[in-house]
Structure formats: structure tokens, C-alpha cells
Design a protein around this ligand. Sequence first.
Ligand SMILES: Nc1ncnc2c1ncn2[C@@H]1O[C@H](COP(=O)(O)OP(=O)(O)OP(=O)(O)O)[C@@H](O)[C@H]1O
Length: 282
Amino acid sequence: MAIAPTMMLYPNYPFFMSAFGSDDNDESGDQFDFNISRELLLNPKNIMLGEMIGEGSNSIVYQGLFKGAIAVAVKIVQPSKTSAVSIQHKQQFQKEVLLLSSMRHLNIVRFLGAVIEPQLMIVTELVEGGTLQRFMLNSRPSPLDLKTSLTFALDISRAMEYLHSKGIIHRDLNPRNVLVTGDMQRVMLADFGLAREKTVGGMTCEAGTYRWMAPEAVIGRENCFAERKKKKNSFVLSIYSLSLSRQFPGDLPISYQLRHVYLQRKGAIFLFLCFASNSLLC
Ligand SMILES: Nc1ncnc2c1ncn2[C@@H]1O[C@H](COP(=O)(O)OP(=O)(O)OP(=O)(O)O)[C@@H](O)[C@H]1O
């Protein structure tokens, strides 16, 4: 893994040009006072960045080293200069930091700290096996073996149960947000950018990744369902993918998608997992 101190990355990582100062034209003008405890903040000088390993809708994720010793993943919110990030994304960043820092679980990616200047960074332990989506694609044309599928399904359900016990809703459970450990024995839930703490009667229907959302969420009916139902739906669809190593056919109308799930199920494993998800998450 090629790693260099952050200050040395320039010019290979152009976003650091603006991060460390020369471009003054990208100020968003949005004022936001971060309310993140100092204990959660890291000194960016202790973070060395390496290769890019992932990209989200408004962030880039790099592998890196913390204090020259700990392998980490560093998610940098875009645009790369904190002052250029919109208030909405600053709020989302803060929420993700606060939620991640409150969690400790074997099946949830471990938070190490955050940086708010000169860039917004979230530093977590590096999960070396990549996403579950990539893992399933690599196993094609065969589906994952039964033991692996069940192990991963249980890992996901344990993580969801833990979140539920803390009153947290992930809202974007899908195989791109599930990471496989380097030894391929375990999976961990990541990406809490859309996660929320449950509030009485409070929820929004629109969040999530389309392909994995509950049908009601896609259709967008008001007051239609609890977040728990969405969570269960995403869980069942993730398990569907796990058992068939196949992505859910998201470009079809919802009714066809649901029929597809039930018609294509792989016998006992899918039924068992639906049952398991039902009893774990209902
Ligand atoms: N701790 C980690 N270890 C290894 N890879 C990671 C880690 N965290 C994130 N990644 C990689 O980076 C990608 C993007 O991360 P993440 O989903 O957190 O970003 P995001 O901007 O919130 O994405 P989205 O727009 O999908 O919500 C992941 O799919 C994964 O490939």
C-alpha cells in the first residue's frame, strides 16, 4: 500500500491544493458551528493518505495510516475545503460523526476520529475485504456458499439489532454499505451518512438507495410505514442478493420486483432468512 503524509500528497491528489490554501473561490459562504467534542477530533498531521478505495455521492474514501501504524479508511467530504462544503453536508457529516462515535460493535465499522479543518474527514478502521457487493460479484457465477451466506446474514442482523437497541436507524442498508473483513470471515456495516436516531413519530420516507428501499419508500406514501419496515425490507433484499449472488432487479416496477424475489428464492435458505429477518426485526 503506497502511503504518504497528507502534506506530501500534493500534487498527486489535486484536491489538497484547495484544501491547503491557494483557491479562495470555492467558499460556500455557509456558516456552521460544529458541535463535536474535542475528544473525537484528530490532528490531520497524524493521518497519511494512500490510494483511493471508494467514492460516495459527496465524498471520496482513501486508505491511509494513522500515526504511522494503524490502517485506516479516510472519508473526505467534497468539496475538499471545509469552508466550501454546504451547510446541509456539514450537518450530515456532524450527524455521522456523532452516531459513529457512539457505537461499538464487532459488525459495525469502528470509528477512530474526525477532522474538521482544513477538510471534513471521518477516519474509521480499514476493512480490507472490500464491499459485499464486490465480494458477491467476484464469486460469480456461483452464489456464496451456504455457510458464508448464513454467517454474513447473521452478522448483518446482529449489527441491525445493536443499532435498533440504541434507537438508531441506518436507512441505507445495501451490499455497498456492508464491508467484508480481510480474512473474509465477517462483515461490518458502514456508511451512516443517512442514519438517524429514532424520534417518536418522526421519520422521512425518501432516504435510502433506490434498489434496496422498501417499496412504500419508493412510492413515497405519506405516513405509510415505520422505519423498521424499511430496515427489514433492505435486510431481506440484501439477504436475497447474498443467497443468489445477484442484484435485485431495481429497474422493474415494484410489483414485478417483489414477485421476482419470491419466485426466484433459493428454497430453504431464502425462506429461512426471510423468517430470520422477520423474527429478528419485527
Ligand atoms: N472503513 C472502510 N474500510 C474499507 N473501505 C471503506 C470503508 N469505509 C468506506 N469504504 C469504501 O468507500 C466507499 C464509500 O464509502 P461510504 O459509503 O461511507 O461513502 P458515502 O459518501 O457515504 O457513500 P454514499 O453516497 O453511497 O452514501 C464504500 O462503498 C467502500 O468501498
